[in-house]
Ligand binder design. Structure first.
Ligand code: C2E
Ligand code: CA
Ligand code: CA
Length: 730
């Protein structure tokens, strides 16, 4: 038995090119030689038969010749002898001599032939004639008939039966011999063809295959060597060329990959650097937002935040703490007579002395101007008095400012949690009332007491006056132009409210908006402003003046559930194109109740109005949360813009805000543009819009119309001419 490995080798070989070729050649040759063999066999067997026939006829002639005499002499014994002798000849099956009528005169069957078995011994004569009649019919026997003639008269017949078998056997033997010869010849031929094929085709093919395998394994250095000029040689040459160009292109790709990697690396580094710069800027902005730029002390926002912490902490521990409000006496005088610089130095030295007399864990902050606030945890009324006298002592020695010795004192107001207020706002207010009282009564310090809170009474009466003012048209809207810096034309106005008080004259919004916010009057006030602004806008449009109008919203407006409906009906009533209405919201307002505020902003945005973040830079100034708001632009707070020329830090902040906002796809408005240098600088930094006294002060409506008239129908505002126009307008 042939084992499976051998079988698999054979089947693999048969599937190979060489195997297929050899099998094909063998097939063709075998068929050819087979056909030749069959033809040869036929010729051979025909020839054998012909010989047999001739032999039968010769024997017949011979028997006819020798039989005439015994027949005439009726000597059947001699006749039988002749027949017997001749019938012993090779290939003879039988010989019969008959009378002309067919009667058997003598007959014999060759005992060596296979047919002799057909005759049984007992009735030999009869049996013979019957058997011969059978034998005559056998296809194996070649029968010959010959007349026995004497004197031209037929006297009997000779029948000779020859056995075809010998001739056939001979032909078969010849065929087998030939087949064997053919096989040997075929094998030799196949072997020689295989060797020729192996050398001319298979071996080069294998070399090419090995070459391809090397390429697959990344080896591109070894050429395929086939030393011949035929197609195989050419194929190898082309193969080597192909390998060479592949190697070159792989090298190119590697170089490109390395370059891409390096580029990627540089890019990543840049991104990291950018992110870092952004982070530092954000941190700086946050610090700036929470600290006073002059003294570096916590500002009002941070103080409020610290107060909130202290409230929570004291509530939890059932403890008390004190808030001190400090106001310098005669600071305004110093500022006015000795100048801002000296004023600033004084503030710096005061803040340093305050820090020196207090513990590290206490918070000293500057609320603005000459107002400082201090939070001291874990103190009650008695302890707060000791702290207050320490603070007071800090002012005992004179301050040295530009070689001048200056004596100044401070008024200190004290509020204790929870007695004088349970919220940061209430505590600050109480401390403020106490400080005001101390100042009025020229006392060093004063602890809050309800009886001292006349302030709140004043406020009460002012708020009822304000309520009346809203209903009796004492409010006026002023409009301050806003220009598109890049296109150099006026594009809109900001509506700024004024209170025309019957006795006190014009009151600025900073003096009554906080009151309106605290007393809930901000809602009717804002509705009044919105309606007046949209009505004016409609009138301007009908006169062919296309402008946008910006209205300021307060914290409470963002919490007002009716604002949206109200605004929607106003927009309908005055047919306002909603994209001509801008709503300004401060960051601090948004922070108050962030989720509701953002929700309101979204709904306002859905109305199609423009949203702007006001006073940007003084609140939390987080660009990351800006990204979440549906806003269109930010207004850089005027405090950074006003003194950009002299204040390098402010300038840096303005430039960074512009670039960061643009990164977020937001437009930037700079307000507080007070001179041409600032405006040109803003233009260079790519700032989109500007507003400020240099362009125009807030004007009552009829004056605004005059200003617009000067600009012409296109509202052009060429920036080089800025000072002239502003001069005329301001
Ligand atoms: P704001 O929204 O930041 O408005 C800009 C303020 O800056 C205005 O003061 C304007 O007169 C002033 N301003 C404009 N250009 C310059 C400049 O070049 N230099 C300087 N130093 N100041 C400039 P105004 O009109 O006194 O308003 C003060 C604030 O009152 C406003 O600040 C706004 O927060 C609030 N306000 C005004 N009208 C309304 C109102 O209708 N509703 C609400 N909720 N708030 C209002
Ligand atoms: Ca504003
Ligand atoms: Ca502002």
């Amino acid at each position: 038995m042939i084992g499976p490995p051998v079988l698999s080798i054979i089947s693999r070989w048969m599937r190979s090119l060489g195997g297929k070729f050899i099998l094909l050649a063998l097939g063709v040759m075998s068929i050819t030689m087979g056909i030749i063999g069959v033809l040869n066999y036929q010729a051979q067997s025909n020839y054998g038969l012909q010989l047999l026939k001739t032999k039968g006829e010769s024997l017949g002639h011979f028997m006819a010749a020798v039989s005439a005499a015994p027949i005439l002499a009726y000597d059947y014994v001699t006749l039988s002898d002749y027949v017997r002798d001749v019938s012993q000849e090779k290939d003879v099956v039988y010989i019969v001599i008959t009378s002309p009528e067919g009667t058997h005169l003598a007959s014999f069957i060759n005992k060596k032939s296979n047919f002799s078995r057909k005759v049984s011994g007992k009735f030999r004569a009869n049996a013979l004639s019957g058997a011969i009649a059978d034998i005559e019919k056998s296809p194996r026997v070649l029968n010959t008939k010959m007349d026995i003639v004497f004197n031209k008269k037929v006297i009997g017949r000779v029948l000779v039966g020859m056995d075809r078998k010998q001739a056939e056997v001979a032909a078969k033997l010849a065929l087998i011999r030939q087949l064997i010869n053919n096989f040997i010849l075929l094998s030799i031929l196949a072997a020689s063809i295989y060797f020729v094929f192996q050398f001319s085709t298979l071996r080069p093919l294998q070399k090419l295959m090995q070459g391809a395998r090397r390429i697959a394994h990344g080896n591109l250095d070894e050429n395929v060597v086939i030393e011949s000029n035929d197609e195989m040689g050419k194929l190898a040459h082309i193969f080597n060329l192909m390998m060479h160009s592949l190697k070159l292109s792989i090298n190119d790709k590697d170089v490109a990959l390395v370059e891409i990697k390096e580029l990627n690396h540089t890019l990543e580094n840049r991104v990291i650097e950018r992110t870092r710069t952004l982070e530092t800027l954000n941190q700086e902005l946050r610090h700036l937002a929470l600290h006073d730029p002059l003294t570096g002390l916590p500002n009002r926002v941070l103080i409020q935040d610290r107060l909130e912490h202290s409230v929570l902490d004291a509530k939890r521990r059932n403890d008390t703490f004190a808030v001190f409000m400090i106001d310098l006496d005669r600071f305004k005088e110093v500022n006015d007579t000795l100048g801002h610089n000296v004023g600033d130095q004084l503030l710096l030295q005061v803040s340093q002395r305050l820090l020196d007399v207090l513990r590290d864990i206490d918070t000293v902050g500057r609320l603005g101007g000459d107002e400082f606030a201090i939070i001291v945890n874990d103190v009650n009324v008695d302890a707060s008095v000791i702290v207050a006298s320490k603070i007071s002592q800090a002012f005992d020695l004179p301050f040295t400012l530009e070689h001048l010795n200056l004596n100044t004192s401070a008024s200190i107001g004290i509020a204790i949690f929870p007695e004088h207020g349970e919220s940061p706002q209430d505590l600050l207010k109480s401390a403020d009332v106490a400080m005001y009282y101390a100042k009025q009564h020229k006392e060093e310090f004063c602890i809050y007491h309800q009886s001292k809170d006349i302030h709140s009474e004043q406020r009460l009466s002012l708020s009822s006056e304000l309520r009346e003012a809203i209903n009796t048209e004492q409010l006026k809207l002023y409009y301050q132009p806003k220009i598109d810096l890049q296109r150099q034309r006026m594009i809109g106005v900001e509506a700024l409210v004024r209170w025309q008080h019957p006795e006190k004259g014009i009151i600025n919004p900073d003096d009554f908006i906080p009151l309106a916010e605290q007393t809930g009057l901000i809602k009717p006030l804002t509705y009044w402003v919105l309606e007046r602004a949209l009505a004016d806008l409609q009138r301007w449009r009908s006169n062919g003046i296309e402008l946008s109008v910006a209205v300021n919203l307060s914290t409470q407006n963002l919490q007002d559930s009716q604002l949206l409906n109200h605004l929607e009906s106003l927009i309908k009533q005055y047919k306002t194109p909603s994209n001509q209405l801008v709503l300004e919201v401060t960051e601090t307002a948004l922070m108050q109740n962030m989720d509701t505020s953002i929700e309101t902003l979204r709904k306002l945005k859905d109305l199609g109005v423009f949203l702007s973040i006001d006073d940007f830079g003084v609140g939390y100034s987080s660009f990351s949360y800006l990204q979440r708001l549906p806003i269109d632009d930010i207004k850089i707070d005027k405090s950074f813009v006003i003194d950009m020329e002299n204040d390098i830090d402010g300038a840096v902040i303005v430039e960074s805000i512009i670039s960061l906002a643009h990164h977020l796809g937001l437009q930037v408005v700079a307000e507080g543009v007070e001179n041409s240098t600032a405006m040109q600088q803003l233009l260079r930094w790519g700032c989109d819009m500007a507003q400020g006294y240099h362009i125009c002060r807030p004007l009552p409506e009829h004056e605004l119309m005059q200003f617009i008239h000067q600009l012409g129908t296109q509202l052009n505002f060429p920036i080089m001419m800025a000072s002239t126009v502003a001069g005329q307008a301001g």
